[in-house]
Design a protein around this ligand. Structure first.
Ligand code: FMN
Ligand code: SF4
Length: 488
């Protein structure tokens, strides 16, 4: 075995990839293999064991059947699939909500829905041949065009892209470009569509970002489940000769948080960093780092080609759940849920009970909100936001309390455990929701409020800060579900 490990790189930044290589080529990473790798890489054995224990996939056999029990899959009968599949393991998200309920064996995806390539995104506003050589534009012109376009980050936080790019350039090099392709938010599948169906757009966006940042290296942090996307992005990068390394994740949602991602890339547990400093100043290995979501970068070539002011403000919406044609659709940023459901996704297949507009932490809205524009401003009165544009439609037959509890369970399981409000609060709220499902109030309303505030204000990263959002919204829209709790 030691001889096989000899071929692996010794740089600490390759630790996660090395562990993934062992899992794929030798088997689940046992304590013995972990120690052998530590010795080979000249890292303390305890440190490698610590990293190993953080990532849920590294100890799973490659060919084990994984059953997704995210909310859309849960609603589509994932529990029954799990019960009927001996030896299968439950995972919180497989990134294929359009095929719910979804299972994976190795890289093979199986789903009960329509085949995914039948209704891909309509990123067809231009053909790729028309693109002028945007990569040669001067940095100040690029920032001005991005500013004029109004592009904001599509990874969930919505930070203005022009401002981020200008900030990264304001710090001295060497600089690094990192693409966030972790896409772990249940209900969000758009980056997979971009990478599988339009990998050249992403590669072009990366090329522009590398030249803009005068970076001589880039990274794509790509979730493990996206095998096809990985191959196509690799080909597209190679065709352009770009110095970009693909880092493969290992089943941790919080590694999509940008500073946790940097920790993971540096060979540590994926725990978010305290900020400031922000990655634009102190990022990968301490260097100024431009981090963008896949979709954000994929829009950059079109913006520079057309000119920012002429760019129609669009984004990709992942639509799943109780609709006739779940999938990924390009639509204006201010589209409504009703338009997405009726005009793009073939209409609802059931009476609608609740809609999650933009991914797990974006909130949950009632049918009365179907005509609200899915923008920050349009959703604010409904206690929600557009997040990463992962619209999930739930039928009236799926209990809202179950949706909330499943969502909270997801946050509890994916919490990195670094800070107390998130570590304990997500579990406490999962328990409260479980009890409410059985008509048992677990704590008085004032105490629940204290938990929510502690999490919102005391958590280090967006996971703990955002976990209360769906619950708060639901308490407003469906107060009857919480009367027992609030009266106490
Ligand atoms: C818990 C958590 C998970 C996240 N997961 C992702 C993700 O999977 N993909 C992504 O692009 N951004 C994710 N983000 C947002 C990133 O931290 C960051 O804002 C984004 O990558 C920046 O790129 P953008 O400005 O192009 O959106 C996540 C944030 C949090 C708090
Ligand atoms: S909020 Fe949760 S996920 Fe984020 S750092 Fe704290 S414990 Fe980790």
């Amino acid at each position: 075995m030691t001889a096989r490990l000899e071929q692996l790189p010794r740089d600490r930044t390759r630790l996660l990839d090395n562990l993934g290589w062992i899992r794929r080529n030798v088997g689940p990473v046992t304590p013995g293999l972990s120690d052998a790798l530590a010795d080979h890489m000249n890292i303390r054995r305890g440190e490698v064991a610590e990293v190993l224990s953080f990532y849920s996939y590294l100890r799973l056999p490659v060919d084990v059947v994984r059953v997704c029990t995210g909310p859309v899959c849960d609603c589509a009968g994932a529990r029954a699939v799990l019960d009927a599949t001996p030896g299968a393991v439950e995972v919180p998200c497989l990134g294929h909500c359009d095929l719910a309920p979804v299972t994976m064996r190795g890289d093979e995806v199986e789903g009960a829905g329509i085949h995914r390539t039948n209704h891909g995104p309509s990123i067809d506003l231009f053909g790729e041949d028309e693109l002028r050589e945007a990569a040669d534009l001067q940095p100040d012109v690029i920032v001005a065009e991005l500013e004029a376009s109004g592009l904001v980050g599509y990874g969930g936080a919505g930070f203005p892209t022009a401002r981020k790019w200008a900030t990264v350039r304001s710090f001295p090099g060497p600089r690094v470009v990192v693409v966030n392709a972790d896409e772990g938010e249940p209900g969000t599948i758009k980056d997979r569509y971009v990478m599988e169906l339009r990998p050249n757009l992403l590669a072009e966006g990366i090329e522009i970002a590398l030249r803009f940042a005068e970076a001589d290296e880039g990274y794509v942090y790509l979730r493990e489940e996206y095998g096809t996307a990985r191959e196509r992005v690799r080909e597209a990068l190679d065709r352009r000769g770009l110095p970009v390394t693909i880092v493969t994740g290992a089943g941790s949602y919080v590694c999509g948080e940008e500073s946790a991602m940097l920790e993971s890339m540096e060979g540590r547990r994926g725990m978010p960093r305290l900020r400031p400093p922000f990655p634009a100043e102190v990022g990968f290995l301490g260097r100024p780092t431009l981090i963008n979501n896949v979709e954000t970068l994929a829009h950059v070539p079109a913006i520079l080609h057309r000119g920012g002011a002429a760019w129609p403000r669009v984004r990709l919406w992942s639509v799943s759940g109780a609709v006739a044609k779940p999938g990924c659709y390009e639509a204006p940023v201010d589209v409504t849920a009703r338009q997405l459901i009726d005009d793009f996704a073939g209409g609802a297949t059931d009476e609608i009970g609740a809609v999650v507009p933009g991914g797990a932490a974006s909130g949950v809205i009632p049918p009365a909100a179907l005509d609200a524009p899915l923008t920050r401003e349009g959703l604010a009165p409904w206690g929600a936001g557009p997040g990463s544009a992962g619209l999930q439609v739930f039928p009236a037959s799926y209990p809202v309390l179950r949706l909330l509890r499943e969502t909270m369970r997801f946050f509890a399981e994916e919490s990195c455990q670094k800070c107390t409000p998130c570590r304990i609060g997500t579990r406490a709220l999962e328990h409260v929701l479980h009890e409410l499902e059985h008509d048992r109030p677990a704590m008085p309303g004032w105490q629940l409020e204290e938990w929510l505030v502690a999490m919102e204000q005391g958590s280090i990263c967006g996971l703990g800060q955002g976990a209360p959002v769906p619950l708060r919204g639901a308490m407003k829209h469906w107060p009857e579900l919480f009367t027992a709790l609030l009266a106490k």
